[in-house]
Ligand binder design. Structure first.
Ligand SMILES: Cc1cc2nc3c(=O)[nH]c(=O)nc-3n(C[C@H](O)[C@H](O)[C@H](O)COP(=O)(O)OP(=O)(O)OC[C@H]3O[C@@H](n4cnc5c(N)ncnc54)[C@H](O)[C@@H]3O)c2cc1C
Length: 467
């Protein structure tokens, strides 16, 4: 437990009256709370878990700060870069020197992001696929995604349906499947094609999403992303209560009562930042409008397991490897080099995603570790056999997160319930990365949602001053 967490836990029990209760101390909840507090409101944050951060989690291992949740920020993600600057945090570029590899059908081939080692027919089909999805996503209205007949049709099909219809080459389908797993932590069969396009549009396009230089994987926060949420929580001090899961919310137009095992908290309004399927386990009285209920029932989370594997040195660099691997046909979806360089230890960051993550989630941590080391040895040689340390986080097993990177829209859900992602219900407001227009699924989206909900709550409380 960090000193911040001890401080917050110790202050539990000192309930003060609040204007606003924020459910969840992830990035969205903490940022919304600090913005609302800066406007003079009394804010109380209730967090179910014994730590802040939610999907942001930095662990210290052999003197290295390793991220088991969010890690990268891109040059286009202005809010998160600004927050890092405000806290005086620095970034380090993702290491890309040397050869990257793609595992296609068990065969390891060197590659560059836009130049995959595939036959001409596959390369042409992939180029067509990138061009077409970029063109289609540019027409998606982030305010109203189901805006016309085409969008409504895209919401009736999965990414796999679209792929089967338009891609003839098996290798092209395999690569697109790997990209979907890497970006969404889900299978092409799970996603609405409209959601795929929405996500691309909300994050600047496919090339940005998969790219390193100029893309979403360009930089990491030195010292770990956990510093962001720890700093926000420290500034809020006793306004954050840990180990306080909200189980029931009674709501009226200008009053809310939130029930927790540590008592009932009252306020003029509440901001719920738990991902929609997690919020769906809270009992709301009266019941929420049908689209919001449908959203919370039918929106699954992605499936991801992330591991950090430490070695005394980043030995792969001396062999001319960048440490980057795209595992189209591997148990590992992605591997990246997260070493600090110099005399610092070598760190490989490893992701299992989609069905593979769900399958490996059913195995023991020891079995997973053996598999990860075996696969790394296949890619980087016998020097990978004996890591000095290993740590992992299975996000599919987190009771108050239920999966990651983010919530997913299966076919039909945008059409039936998309408007409920952000629409307030009386004194209840929704934030969190799943409610973002810009940066959906990312840290950037969590911050965007915090800014939006701050405006919504301010307008509501100004309209209904306390009696
Ligand atoms: C492995 C992994 C890698 C990622 N990589 C990146 C990356 O490189 N770059 C990037 O930008 N993003 C990345 N992300 C996504 C990013 O972490 C999320 O988009 C972001 O952290 C979401 O923040 P949030 O506040 O919206 O939600 P959360 O972090 O999920 O916060 C919600 C909080 O609500 C709490 N809660 C839930 N239910 C209750 C309840 N009933 N009562 C009280 N509290 C409750 C939860 O415990 C949690 O703390 C990654 C995520 C994961 C897991």
């Amino acid at each position: 437990m960090t000193s911040t967490e001890r401080l917050i836990t110790a202050s539990a029990g000192q309930h003060e009256p609040s204007d606003i209760i924020v459910v969840g101390a992830g990035l969205a909840g903490l940022r919304a709370a600090s913005l609302l507090e800066a406007r003079g409101y009394m804010v109380q944050v209730l967090e179910a878990q014994g730590h802040v951060g939610g999907r942001v989690m930095t662990r210290h291992l052999d003197g290295e700060a390793v991220d088991l949740g969010a890690q990268w920020i891109g040059p286009h993600q202005h809010r998160i870069r600004q927050l890092a600057r405000e806290f005086g945090l620095t970034t380090a570029p993702q290491y890309t020197t040397g050869q990257a590899f793609v595992d296609l059908n068990g065969e390891l081939r060197p590659y560059k992001t836009l130049r995959l080692p595939v036959d001409v027919a596959t390369a042409l089909e992939l180029a067509w696929c990138v061009w077409t999805t970029e063109w289609l996503r540019a027409g998606v209205d982030l305010h109203r995604p189901v805006s016309d007949a085409s969008a409504a049709r895209w919401d009736t099909m999965t990414v796999a349906d679209w792929t089967r219809r338009h891609l003839q080459q098996a290798a092209a389908r395999q690569v697109l499947g790997a990209v979907v797993r890497a970006v969404f932590a889900a299978e092409p069969e799970e996603l609405s094609f409209l959601h795929f396009l929405y996500y691309l549009q909300a994050n600047g396009g496919l090339l940005r999403l998969i790219g390193v230089r100029g893309g979403a994987q360009q930089d990491t926060l030195s010292g770990g992303a956990g510093q962001l949420t720890a700093r926000l929580a420290r500034a809020l001090q006793r306004r954050v209560l840990l180990n306080t899961p909200v189980t029931r919310i009674q709501h009226e137009r200008t009053r809310v009562r939130l029930h927790t095992p540590r008592g009932v908290f009252e306020a003029r309004c509440a901001v719920v930042t738990a991902p929609p399927p997690v919020a769906g386990r809270i009992t709301f009285e009266p019941a929420l409008p049908p689209p919001r209920q449908r959203l919370m029932c039918d929106m699954p989370m992605g499936a991801i397991i992330k591991a950090n594997v430490l070695y005394p040195r980043p030995f792969w660099r001396a062999q001319g490897h960048s440490g980057e691997l795209l595992g189209c046909a591997s148990e590992l979806e992605l591997v990246f080099d997260r070493s600090r360089g110099g005399d610092a230890p070598g760190v490989l960051v490893v992701f299992m995603a989609g069905e593979r993550a769900r399958a490996w989630s059913r195995r023991s941590p020891g079995e997973r570790r053996r598999m990860v080391v075996r696969e790394l040895t296949r890619y980087f040689g016998p020097a990978a056999l004996n890591p000095s340390a290993y740590t992992e986080q299975d996000w599919t097993n987190e009771s108050y997160i239920m999966g990651a990177y983010a919530g997913l829209m299966p076919p039909g859900l945008w059409t039936a319930a998309g408007s409920a992602l952000r629409e307030p219900v009386g004194a209840l407001f929704w934030a969190g990365t799943e409610s973002a227009r810009t940066g959906f699924g990312y840290l950037e989206g969590a911050l965007e949602s915090a800014e939006r909900v701050t405006e919504e709550v301010t307008a509501c409380l100004t309209k209904h001053p306390p009696r």
